[in-house]
Structure formats: structure tokens, C-alpha cells
Design a protein around this ligand. Structure first.
Ligand code: AMP
Length: 283
């Protein structure tokens, strides 16, 4: 595995690989790798000749009162995990390399951001789309791998790839969970021990929603209120949102019908956690 910190070097290597007809799979991350990231890498490994992993905590996608400083980082551990999982190129630029000055161009996401994390984190998806535009141009992937834990991100990246004509196939990968159901996340280490014990209630509330839908409930508000009751009863977290939309277009629904996303965000003292479930109802 090659560790590369410079954009020019990364591009040079990739162009060489492409000249040799190699297909490129790309897994962009913010590091502190866990099994969720590993699932993306594994899938990329299966489907491509070359796997590029990027680790970059992108300041542009953090709001002023968010956890940019507290975001966990461990280069040596990530390097080992990447090497063990068969990554070919570990792209690890620093902030000055990615943003040497104030950006002269920024990507603004117009659609699918007025809800969920887009509403709670103004500018977040503009930051994501801007860094991905840069990374896509650096890594020139054939396929890019994204986790469904960040389902709104998948929807936004789908729009980015489509609107800007990136010749890239977006590959969404199922959410990987802890044994107790908590979605794996780099931010889980920032939960206090008591909060960690409570956190499975987030997934339980999604399972509760699924159960209600299976029992015939079609009123989104009723489902949301049961979920909120469960989370408030079981955790000390503050509910940021619990919302239900059509997926992937993220439009409001008055009735549970077709493909929908049930998504939530809960703020604990030092970590804001998100989770979601996609459900399809055809009756
Ligand atoms: P992050 O490092 O949190 O920005 O995540 C990098 C990529 O890994 C994103 O595409 C995430 O959606 C994905 N990811 C994070 N957690 C999980 C998980 N528990 N299961 C599957 N994918 C995940």
C-alpha cells in the first residue's frame, strides 16, 4: 500500500493505473476506520483492480459550533487497517494541501438539503459536495462507495454525479451495526459510557417504526411520535429530528407508501448520532 499526501502525486499514480487499463474503486472517509468503512473497502476490493481510500477530515462540512476539533483521528491505526484490508493507495492530504487558500469556487447543493441533516447542518452538504468534486477529480474513480448510514449523503452524491457528469458509478453499501444494533460510527467513541448503553434505543426506534408499518400503520406522524417517545424514554439524548420522506427524492409524505426513509438524529453530550431505515410499502 502506498501512502500519498500530495494531490499531484495521487493524480500521477492514478493516471498511470488508468493507462494500464486498471479500474479504480474509491472509498472517501474522514478516518478513524471501523467496520462500516471496512464493508465499503471490501466491496471496492471485490469490484475493482485498484482501491483508493482517502482519509480527510474536511473542515468545510463542519459548522462553527460542530465537532471538527473533537472528531477522532488516528493515522497509524487507520494505516494498518487500510493495509490489512487490501487498500492500494491511502490518500491522506492535510488541510493546506486540499485548501491552500480561500476557495475560489464552491459547490452549492440545491436539492434534497432542506430536510434532515441539510436543515440541521446548514452548509454541510455544500462542504461534502465541494470536497467530493475535488476528490473525484484527483482519484478519477470508476466506482465510488458510500454508506447508507448517511442516506441523505448518498442522495446528494447521486445528484452531484448526475448533474456534473462524473463518469462514476455510485455504489451504496448497507449500514454495518454493533451487536446491539447501534450503527457503527467514528463518533461513537465520543459517547459517555452511560450514553453508549442508551444509544441502541435509536435503532430500536427504527425497528419499532418498521413493526408499526408491518402492522398496517400508514400515518407518518403516529410513527414519529412513537419513535420519539421511545428515544426520550430510553436515552438522555436530545432529539434533533425524526422525519419520514420519500427516498431518494426526500419529499414529504402524508402516508407511508412506496419507498420511504425513516431518519433520525439525536444529540448526546459530545456526539450527534444519526441513523435511518429505508422501507418499501407496495399496497
Ligand atoms: P465517514 O468517515 O463517517 O465520513 O464515513 C465514510 C463513509 O463510510 C461514508 O460513505 C459513510 O456513509 C460510510 N459509513 C460510515 N459508517 C458506516 C456504517 N456503520 N455502515 C456502512 N457505512 C458506513
Amino acid at each position: 500500500m502506498k501512502v500519498i499526501t500530495k494531490i499531484a502525486e495521487m493524480q500521477k499514480q492514478i493516471i498511470q493505473e488508468k493507462n494500464n487499463q486498471k479500474s479504480i474503486g474509491f472509498v472517501p472517509t474522514m478516518g478513524y476506520l471501523h467496520e462500516g468503512h471496512m464493508a465499503l473497502i471490501k466491496r471496492a476490493r471485490q469490484e475493482n483492480d485498484i482501491v483508493v481510500l482517502s482519509v480527510f477530515v474536511n473542515p468545510l462540512q463542519f459548522g462553527p459550533s460542530e465537532d471538527l476539533e473533537a472528531y477522532p483521528r488516528d493515522f497509524e491505526r487507520d494505516k494498518k487497517a487500510a493495509e490489512d484490508s487490501g487498500v492500494d493507495y491511502f490518500f491522506y492530504p492535510d488541510v493546506n494541501e486540499m485548501y491552500p487558500g480561500a476557495p475560489s469556487v464552491k459547490v452549492i447543493v440545491q436539492d434534497r438539503t432542506e430536510v434532515l441533516c441539510g436543515r440541521s447542518r446548514p452548509g454541510h452538504f455544500d462542504g461534502v459536495a465541494t470536497v467530493l468534486t475535488k476528490l473525484f477529480n484527483i482519484v478519477l474513480p470508476d466506482r465510488a462507495y458510500f454508506g447508507m448510514k448517511d442516506a441523505q449523503q448518498v442522495a446528494v452524491v447521486d445528484g452531484l454525479i448526475h448533474d456534473f457528469h462524473f463518469p462514476i458509478t455510485l455504489v451504496p453499501v448497507e449500514t454495518v451495526r454493533e451487536e446491539d444494533g447501534l450503527a457503527k460510527s467514528s463518533r461513537n467513541v465520543n459517547l459517555l459510557p452511560e450514553e453508549r448503553k442508551q444509544a441502541p434505543a435509536l435503532y430500536e426506534s427504527l425497528k419499532l417504526a418498521e413493526h408499526m408499518i408491518n402492522e398496517g400503520v400508514r400515518d407518518p406522524e403516529r410513527i414519529i411520535s412513537s419513535m420519539a417517545q421511545h428515544i426520550s424514554g430510553q436515552t438522555s439524548g436530545i432529539i434533533d429530528y425524526i422525519e419520514i420522506y420519500s427516498y431518494p427524492d426526500l419529499k414529504p409524505v402524508s402516508k407511508i407508501q412506496g419507498k420511504i426513509i425513516i431518519a433520525l438524529a439525536v444529540k448526546f453530550s459530545r456526539a450527534r448520532l444519526i441513523d435511518n431505515m429505508i422501507v418499501t410499502v407496495n399496497e
